[in-house]
Design a protein around this ligand. Structure first.
Ligand SMILES: [Zn+2]
Length: 272
């Protein structure tokens, strides 16, 4: 699933390319992609201009004139900015036909992703209030992070990927952050010592920044706005590297399951 660095990479490119474009028409072949329903969706966006684009957690937040629209890529969604004359993209289920011969395509192999127009700012506010603090912003201080960790008896891995507690971190960057901080993913959050919490805080920010610098990780279906892969796969330390030696100590990396999720650990660096 695209996480904070992947969504941020696409968001930054959308900012440079999509703003000012007018929506001429909407096409779709999978009704569940357009929420609340295709008719409402179409009526709300056709004739409007893309005014701004933001990101919160793994969500894109657009305004078409004053209409808020949110997009979630879920497991395998892609947003692709193309010329109308470009070859079709596989798994395309919705298209914004834009002015100037362009289009914004929504492609999704698994079809869990969606685009949703909201009634007003209030509905947007309610939706966004469900998320925890946003890493890489001023609100995500060490103090805030400590409070989240110290108050929880959850294992640290499920806590890190819980969007209600911390926004934007998913399976890839949680495993990488925990390896960086030498913390076992099954450690109970409230048992982690203060200096380790501080280390983990730094690691989360570092790992996310590296991911953004490399324009995301394309281990699954992720492609950027132009259909290109990110390069962070080459810089992963443990994620999907079970069977390989740990880059820090040489011990063979293991795959375990934590909270139902495949999780990658160095059994020597990250002890329970
Ligand atoms: Zn190791």
């Amino acid at each position: 699933m695209p996480e904070l660095p992947e969504v941020e990479t696409i968001k930054r490119d959308l900012e440079k390319n999509i703003i000012g474009h007018k929506v001429i028409d909407v096409w779709y072949d999978w009704a569940k992609t357009l929420k609340p329903d295709p008719e409402t969706f179409e009526k709300a966006v056709v004739g409007k201009k893309f005014k701004d684009i933001n990101r919160r957690a793994k969500l894109f937040i657009f305004h078409l004139d004053s209409v808020p629209m949110v997009v979630h890529l879920k497991m395998t969604g892609r947003l692709l900015y193309r010329d109308q004359s470009d070859p079709k993209d596989q798994f395309t289920h919705a298209i914004f036909k834009l002015d100037k011969g362009k289009e914004l395509r929504f492609a999704d192999l698994r079809k869990f992703g969606w685009l949703k127009v909201l009634k007003d700012e209030k509905e947007l506010e309610n939706l966004l209030s469900e998320f925890g603090p946003e890493p890489l912003t001023e609100e995500f201080t060490l103090k805030v992070f400590e409070n989240i960790i110290k108050k929880s008896q959850l294992k640290i891995k499920p806590l890190l990927i819980d969007q209600k507690r911390i926004a934007g971190v998913g399976n890839i960057y949680a495993d990488e952050s925990l390896w960086c901080a030498k913390i076992h993913p099954e450690t109970k959050a409230d048992k982690i010592l203060s200096d380790q919490v501080a280390k983990l805080y730094k690691c989360i920010e570092e790992v996310l920044k590296e991911g953004i610098k490399d324009r995301g990780t394309s281990v699954d279906q992720y492609l950027d706005l132009f259909g290109r892969k990110g390069s962070h796969e080459q810089n992963l330390k443990v994620f999907r590297l079970n069977g390989d030696p740990c880059p820090r100590c040489g011990t063979i990396i293991k795959k375990i399951r934590v909270g139902g999720r495949g999780t990658h650990v160095c059994p020597a660096c990250q002890r329970l």
